[in-house]
Design a protein around this ligand. Structure first.
Ligand code: PMV
Length: 326
């Protein structure tokens, strides 16, 4: 199935715009059980399920309008960089009425300094805005599948709190969507530790492809990743941070081990990333409950609870602490 056919399956009756603009907001999310590897690159179908937590204080606000002529795309009030605009226009082609363009105004409240990818919140906000513009009234499950076509991790940014993106089994991708997990955890904290905000050496899409194609350890990943999701669900239900933190850290390090064992190697860490990991392990030795996770970049995301916030911030004075259930 092509992405165009997939969209036609989800939105059988395409409406003309019902309102002048569609406008929506979506949060960024951090995977605690990672998505790494696609089984279908066109439909962004993953090799494994994944589990995330959204950060409601950070995200993307997007307003979309149908216009005559070519697309006009702005990012934080400026014309968007070419690569960004091209990626968005290609995605918008899936929904474009014949001969029309879209004006897209996107604002990211994700500070570049946080070193967080904004594609997840970006594509989630965009499909919500399109849903309004065309009055599709799609379920969150269907919006999650449309966001998935833009960026896999965007499937999880439709929701606040914890979300689980089901791998799915079907080749048509209609069973691969995210769902919210109905658990509140007010004392949970996520700390963003910026190591380096320069551009990454290789995009997550290219990194995944290379890993799946050449990493001899990768064949162990899908089964391990599914078991991680199940174990993390149990830890979340019990609100057991030592358990969840340990599982999330091990999951991230296992993903990075597959990246490192890719040929040629995909290494997102810098020396400062490794020393931050060692500082976190030293803090744990001293009885502070803090764990880390890392994505396709050198920055760390820390997990801890309110009771340990002071100790963690004392060690990492530049840490930006967020309250996912605030
Ligand atoms: O959705 P993408 O293509 O940006 O890939 C995300 C990959 C990781 O951030 C490393 C893991 C994840 O599950 O978010």
């Amino acid at each position: 199935m092509t992405p165009h056919e997939f969209v036609r399956r989800l939105i059988p009756h395409r409406n003309a715009p019902q309102v002048q603009h569609g406008q929506a907001w979506a949060p960024v999310n951090i995977a605690l059980a990672k998505y790494w590897g696609k089984r279908d690159t066109a439909l962004n179908l993953p090799q494994n399920s994944s589990l995330s937590i959204s950060l409601p204080q950070l995200g993307t606000d997007t307003r979309v309008t149908l216009i005559e002529g070519a697309d006009r795309i702005t990012l934080n009030g400026q014309p968007a960089p070419q690569a960004f605009a091209q990626r968005l226009s290609r995605f918008l082609d899936l929904f474009r009425p014949e001969g029309m363009g879209f004006a897209v105004e996107t604002h990211n409240s994700v500070p570049t300094a946080a070193g967080l990818a904004s594609s997840a919140s970006g594509f989630a906000a965009l499909v919500k805005a399109l849903d309004q513009l065309f009055d599709w009234r799609l379920s969150a499950q269907k919006l999650s599948m449309l966001a998935r076509l833009g960026s896999g991790s965007a499937s999880r940014s439709l929701f606040n709190g914890f979300a689980l993106w089901h791998r799915g089994q079907q080749t048509d991708g209609l069973d691969s969507y995210a769902e919210p997990i109905d658990i509140q955890w007010p004392d949970l904290r996520i700390g963003l530790l910026e190591i380096d905000t320069g551009t990454k050496p290789i995009s997550s899409t290219a990194g995944m492809q290379q890993t799946v194609a050449t990493c001899p350890l990768y064949r162990a990943w899908p089964e391990f990743a599914e078991a991680s999701v199940q174990a993390q669900l149990a830890a979340i239900t019990a609100r057991d941070l030592p358990q969840l933190g340990d599982l999330a850290e091990h999951n991230a390090l296992t993903m990075h081990a597959t990246m490192i064992a890719t040929h040629p190697s995909v290494l997102y860490w810098t020396a400062d990333s490794v020393s931050a990991m060692q500082q976190i392990w030293a803090l744990r030795q001293q009885g502070v409950g803090v764990w880390f996770t890392m994505d396709a970049g050198p920055n760390l995301k820390l997990l801890f609870e309110k009771t340990d916030q002071r100790a963690v911030e004392a060690t990492f004075p530049t840490l930006k602490t967020l309250v996912p259930f605030g």
